[in-house]
Ligand binder design. Structure first.
Ligand SMILES: Cc1cc2nc3c(=O)[nH]c(=O)nc-3n(C[C@H](O)[C@H](O)[C@H](O)COP(=O)(O)OP(=O)(O)OC[C@H]3O[C@@H](n4cnc5c(N)ncnc54)[C@H](O)[C@@H]3O)c2cc1C
Length: 256
């Protein structure tokens, strides 16, 4: 339950508030506003001007408080990422939920986090110092943040997420219905020099990096390997291994 609400006017003020105990950044609030036994303070980021989506050369700079729907509607957003965003949450939630909030709160079934991890999104994080007078920023890979979200983001704020635009991106999935969250999904990004990243989603606490290689060779085998312990209440690992290889193949065909 939110017991204290702050709306800072500057990043410095937000970071000063964030060093307090049980205090969390508030994006769209769709997760933090849910009923819970815990009491905590929130820092609403909406006045910090962090919602810009800007193309700078071959990079799309996405402000952390940009809404999921704004990213879906951006002319610069790759089509396969739009598909993943469309599946991430219904329109009303996409209009409220922020890009950073969705990545911090995601689990392994998130199509959006799966696609962003394939793109090797770079996350700019500020804060983390005891004295927050001078905000220090660090750029981390999304893959470094996701497994250690609680530690990595303690007293820190995500301000921006960058994705490359000079890559081909494909996204494929299997779900109970076309609009449902995936039982298994695959996102594959390929850079012009050949670098190929394959990420699988659909189970666990975060999407899984199956491959980061210099070409698409071996993607199907890597997909099978990455799903070898992917049993949960939705599907067996055996099923996911088979489907993962097919989705990897479809992704490669999609970018050819
Ligand atoms: C009814 C309902 C149904 C939902 N269904 C789904 C669903 O089907 N699939 C799904 O994936 N999600 C679902 N969600 C979760 C949610 O909609 C998304 O994860 C959403 O995009 C979260 O974004 P937010 O900005 O609202 O997060 P918030 O609630 O504002 O924050 C979520 C977390 O992110 C942290 N955070 C936010 N911004 C930052 C920042 N800039 N820096 C560091 N940390 C930050 C917060 O401190 C908090 O820990 C649902 C939520 C609701 C209420």
């Amino acid at each position: 339950m939110i017991t204290e609400y702050h709306r800072p006017q500057s990043l410095e003020e937000a970071l000063r508030l964030l060093v307090r105990e049980e205090t969390y950044p508030l994006g769209g609030g769709t997760v933090l506003n849910q009923p819970t036994e815990r009491s905590y303070a929130v820092i609403d980021l909406q006045n910090l001007g962090l919602d810009r989506i800007h193309k700078a050369g071959n990079v799309l700079q996405i402000g952390s408080t940009a809404r999921l729907q704004s990213l879906l509607e951006s002319e610069h957003t790759p089509m396969a990422l739009k598909t993943a965003l469309d599946l991430e949450a219904p329109l009303n939630l996409r209009n409220m939920g922020t890009v950073a909030g969705a990545l911090v709160a995601c689990d392994g079934r998130s199509p959006f986090a799966t696609a962003m991890l394939a793109l090797d999104a770079r996350v700019t994080v500020v804060g983390g110092q005891e004295t927050a007078d001078v905000p220090q920023s660090t750029v981390l890979g999304l893959g470094d943040i996701l497994p250690l979200r609680d530690e990595q983001l303690q007293r820190r704020l995500i301000t921006r997420i960058d994705i490359p635009l000079n890559v081909k991106l494909a996204f494929e999935m299997v779900a109970r219905t076309p609009a449902d969250r995936p039982i298994i999904c695959a996102a594959l990004a390929q850079w012009t020099a050949g670098r190929t990243r394959l990420v699988l989603g659909g189970w666990g606490a975060s999407p899984s990096l199956a491959m980061d290689g210099s070409s698409g060779t071996g993607a199907e085998a890597a997909a099978r390997n990455a799903a070898h312990e992917a049993t949960d209440e939705w599907a067996s690992a055996e099923y996911r291994r088979e489907v993962a290889a097919i989705l990897a193949k479809r992704c490669l065909k999609g970018i050819a």
